[in-house]
Design a protein around this ligand. Structure first.
Ligand code: ADP
Length: 415
């Protein structure tokens, strides 16, 4: 089956086209046929597409909404000059898998999209006001452009974390608030963590129930996840992605009383406070320069910028604190696994984050750590390190495509 995987953000549409099926999944022989992204949807959009083994296709053109962006993607995918083998018309796209950010308490696994599921995703807009509406736009656009005959599936970022115990997911607020509003920790990056756990299991030849790891998804959005006996046991993002680690533009954990303080002292409204927490804080807020880790590291190295160093140090210190907390919470682990743009590519951040952890048995191998970049996977801890460290580049799209196949074919699935 050719499965189109869509990841729609508020102003972007990312896609991958994969060839997969039940027999290919069991042989680990699924293939990526093409991938790409439309950025700045709604204005002069940047289009960047590539078929496997083909040249990069880049243009800038006005694409007014998600429907126009998807239409552009589909026209490129089926164009004769794109020459994707086995894809000549829209009829060669057999199913669509959507990354949906918030599934709330209702969606604990992926589902075939119908009107009731769409209503359910709408019900969770309150929990993910930026993300779920964009996901819904992608769903509507795919339905319109490919027709109702093409099955579509929703794969939720929150689903993997549905195994968390109540000691992890409940906030210590009056209990009736949980009952009334389902106010609790949900966690995100779930499909990424599921992939990392799956790949770690393959690489170490462990059984699922023997996977005890702390996974760190470090990208522009960043979170940590304690994976115990193969399941999510705790994670750092909460009701929304604002909580937890320091991120590109989010500050993560802080005293909630800061909001009231700023409301009084700066006269900020709740909307402005939300923007401050999510868009102006984190690496950007601390450094006053950029939310981009690579740029900060360069700034620190080349110009000795003090605040760039501070931002990176606080980013690493917070993540290190979570490693310690999760080791205690889950009663020990076998490995720390790095993923996400920063986790996969920055030996410097991995080294600074793990600094001083030798006492608990985590020692990096400097050469292995340096070599693990640009999509390479492998162990980066030293021989004999009691707590191992791995780099495993994430691949959420692969799992979304596989989930879609399983749903469409009615095959058993856990998520
Ligand atoms: P998103 O959360 O938007 O998916 P990514 O996972 O793509 O983000 O990660 C983007 C982050 O990864 C940026 O901060 C970028 O600077 C960082 N990054 C990418 N490559 C490197 C590198 N070689 N060294 C340091 N940081 C890097």
């Amino acid at each position: 089956m050719n499965v189109l995987v869509l990841n729609c953000g508020s102003s972007s549409v990312k896609f991958q086209l994969l060839s997969t099926d039940l027999d290919l999944i069991s042989k680990n022989a699924d293939r990526r046929l093409a991938s790409g992204v439309v950025e700045r949807v709604g204005s002069e959009s940047l289009v960047s597409f590539q078929a496997e083994g083909g040249p990069k296709f880049r243009t800038a053109e006005p694409l007014r909404d998600h429907r126009a962006a998807l239409d552009r993607i589909l026209r490129w995918v089926v164009a004769p000059e794109t020459a994707i083998s086995g894809v000549r018309s829209l009829a060669d796209i057999h199913a669509v898998g959507h990354r949906v950010v918030h599934g709330g308490e209702r969606f604990k696994q992926c589902v075939l999209l119908d009107d009731s599921v769409i209503d359910g995703i709408e019900d969770n807009i309150e929990l993910a006001p930026l993300h779920n509406p964009a996901n819904l736009k992608g769903i509507a656009a795919a339905r319109e452009l490919l027709g109702p005959g093409v099955p579509q599936c929703a794969v939720f970022d929150t689903a993997f974390h549905s195994t968390m115990p109540d000691t992890s997911y409940l906030y210590a607020l009056p209990y009736q608030l949980y009952r009334r509003y389902k106010l609790r920790r949900y966690g995100f990056h779930g499909t990424s963590y599921r992939y990392v756990a799956y790949r770690y299991r393959q690489l170490t030849e462990k059984k699922q129930k023997d996977v005890n790891i702390i996974a760190l998804h470090l990208g522009n959005g960043a979170s940590a996840c304690a994976i115990k006996a193969g399941d999510s046991f705790d994670t750092s993002m909460g009701l929304t992605p604002t909580e937890g680690l320091v991120m590109g533009t989010r500050g993560g954990d802080m005293d909630p009383a800061i909001l009231e303080f700023l409301h009084h002292r700066e006269g900020l409204s709740f909307e402005q406070l939300d923007t401050l927490l999510n868009k102006s804080s984190g690496l950007l807020g601390l450094s006053g320069l950029t939310n981009d880790m690579r740029e900060l590291l360069e700034e620190e190295k080349e110009n000795g910028d003090r605040r760039a160093r501070l931002a990176v140090d606080i980013f690493c210190a917070r993540a290190r604190k979570y490693v310690g907390a999760y080791l205690a919470a889950m009663g020990g682990a076998d490995a720390v696994v790095f993923t996400g743009g920063i986790g996969e590519n920055s030996a410097e951040v991995r080294a600074r984050l793990c600094k001083g952890l030798d006492w608990l048995g985590l020692s990096l191998d400097a050469a292995r750590n340096k070599a693990a970049t640009g999509g390479k996977e492998g162990r980066v801890s030293a021989e004999g390190s009691r707590l191992a460290a791995w780099v495993i580049p994430t691949n959420e799209e692969l799992l979304i495509a596989r989930d879609t196949v399983r749903v469409v074919k009615g095959a058993p699935r856990r998520w």
